[in-house]
Design a protein. Sequence first.
Lengths: 217, 680
Amino acid sequence: MNTTSKLALAVALLLSAAGPLVLSASVGREPSEAERAAPSVRALVLARPFTLERPASHLWRAEPADYDAGWLVVLEIDPAFTTPRQSFEPVLQAGLETVERVNHGQGSGRVVGIVPSARGADGRPTLDLSRTVFFHGPEELPERLSEAELQRALARAAANGARPFAVDQVATAIERGGELVALPSRDELDLIVGLLVLEYAPEEVDLGTGLLAPRVR
Amino acid sequence: MSSPCFVAALLVALLAPSARAQTVVDTQPTGPAGPVTRQIAGLVRLDLAGRILPVAPSFEFVQSHFEGDVVALALDTVVHPQWAGVGATIWLCEHRDAAQWALDPTLADVRGTPQAVVFAAGGLNANRFVLDDGFLSGFVPSGLGRGLDVVIDADASGTLSSGDWIDGGGDTPGLWLLYPTALQGPHPIVETLYSGGSFLGQNLYYPANIAQLGPLPLVVVSHGNGHNYQWYDHIGFHLASYGYVVMSHQNNTVPGPMAASTTTLSNTDWFLGNLGTIAGGVLAGLVDSSRIAWIGHSRGGEGVAIAYDRLFDGAYTPVNFSRADIVLVSSIAPTDFTGNASANPHDVPYHLWTGGADSDVNGCADCNICQTFHLHERATGERSSISLHGAGHGAFHNSNSGGLFAAGPCQLSRQDVNTLVKAHLLPLVEWYVKRNPAGRECLWRQWEAFRSPGAPASSCVVVDLMHRPAAANRLVVDDFETNASLALSSSGGAVALAVDAPTEGLLDDANTSFTHLGSEPMNGMTFSGSASDQTRGLVFGWNGADRSIAFALVPGVRDARGHTHLSLRASQVTRDPLTTAELGDVDFTVRLVDEQGASASMRISAYGGGIEEPYQRTSCGTGAGWANEWETVRLPLEGFARVTPGLDLGALSAIELHFGPSHGSALGRLGLDDLEFTRD
């Protein structure tokens, strides 16, 4: 499929499907040194809570688990961590959980991710982003990482000075992300993810349009 | 020709030992035709078509010719003396099977007129005739290969009749003329993009006239990490134009190749289960789910092997297909994270693509997960491999938004690699998926001598091919897997080694670089990735003096009749001074000896090419030269028998390999494996 038709498809889908979404064109100010949570994950640009009526499987760890809530995030990443490789890559973690890294961020430096979480009694994800460290762990395949290895990686990151994002940065990101979105399934989540990729990582247009491909029902 | 003379000569030919060049392979009995004539009686069937060689054995009987190649006929009047001094008319006709010829025996030459020749005494060299100098088209309305039959019309009747000699005219034609496989095929294509849900995004390509073509095989493409399922238009459009349904899918590669294997399986299953709704249902009933090929790139290339392994182990049970429906697994620059236990093609026909300039799955000795050949070596069924000097990792997809991921000299552009992929992929899937033999020889004939018009032909395009038939079609003399002693072949025969520094062992680089140390015989070998990977072979050298290796044949491997080729695979040893001293193809001589002491010798270069030099890429230690690239050399047994007409292929006693200035390259260091007789 040529680039023109892909872009046309993307625009059409944006116009038709983006109604309920509030997407900011601005990524806000550059975080200060003090706000940098870890050297490789530079900023939390956007965060939006979601819930799923039908749980999805998180395959990014050795013991896959179902989730029915979580956060959609857009992270600003050190460009050194954005080149896709077939061999081992540093694994992006949010606390004790692996982040489902939707795109690589090559060119844009921005990675769209899905962070699974439990759902609280209030119907929102229980994961508190203001207390969560985002960092790159050792080079591995996410699907081979056990709970213990994730714990060790977190402990090492903390020992190396990794800290959660500043509270005001998290608040700004959540404000930018918008209200909790309640979705029937992971499939609908992919549509939002596709739009985020097109907006925040436009260099990966094929990925965005691929996620937004018309559904066959 | 008088009939009694002809019959007598025919009887001589038939009753003679089978170790004969250009033997008659079949004659249909003469006599009164029955009430229902289903085939023409009294035809003499043998190989006639092929190509002229500039050196001995002067002619190669081959099945396939690309459009534009010179197609020739040869008749050996030493073997068939009844033809010496006899004039005849040669017809080149569209292929018909036996029943069709019986129904309509009229000869009609595709060139417009038949060709009058007079056969001379003096054997084959005196009786080579050009049938087509590249004028004829290989185009066919569907599929690959225009079948042609070659007829020597003995009685000049203008019809195929008793006493005529024919190459083809049965289940297979005398020759295949191939339309350039690098060029798009005859069918218009429909492309559509859709999704069945999360990780079910699919890009579909199919012939617009699929309703007229009937159920078509399915080719599934599983992309690599950081790649995208919309980046395989070159494969989708190309194969769809030749009558395939191609579905490239969203692949979950980032968690790892196990997750990728799941998406290969789930996308295949979902696609087959939703044909009634995909693309408005136009494919319903028109996809042949019993002929599925999986092509994976990089992590996806490992993923497709894992997917087959999961079917093999019964660890995954699809709804809409089964393991038996997977007829080909092809990996482009695959990783090997999971090792022998999972990334294992087992018995499925397997194919591998390797780029010499790949800077991602880079093949270096220090990266065990980056060595592509592991998966190929694990495949126990029919298997093939193509290595392309100068091809980067990203050159195998078609998106300019993904990098080339290439390092090394003489790099090939993405367009060039895409074209090479198309040129090779079509005959590959035609054989493995459709079992169409028209382009099968593309899998093993030397690239220098046989390649598609339209494929890039610069000096930077260097191609190495490996091919090994299924076990039933191999008579193994030495695969080095058993009998670890240098003096004993795996088949139990004595091996006399008169070469420098021979070492038999695991074909695996012992350290983490390709630096030549002099103390590491298996330098540059990358066949083994797990403790259970046990591909073994022999390395040895020679330096300015004539040297040899002689494999004595035990009774079980002495009768090569029923096989068509002597086959071996070899590689130059990277960065070795004996390799770098003369960068170029290595040539040597193969000699067959029979129990009576008769022998026949042939250079491996006789049919084109030799053992290629390593790709001159640096890093991975000091020096220049990348991982050892193996290639298969197949020498027709018929050629040996023609070099020495008395050679008894039914009672061979030894295979000798001769190296050195009298026999080929003056010096070199080689790896050697899989010495065997084969047939297709």
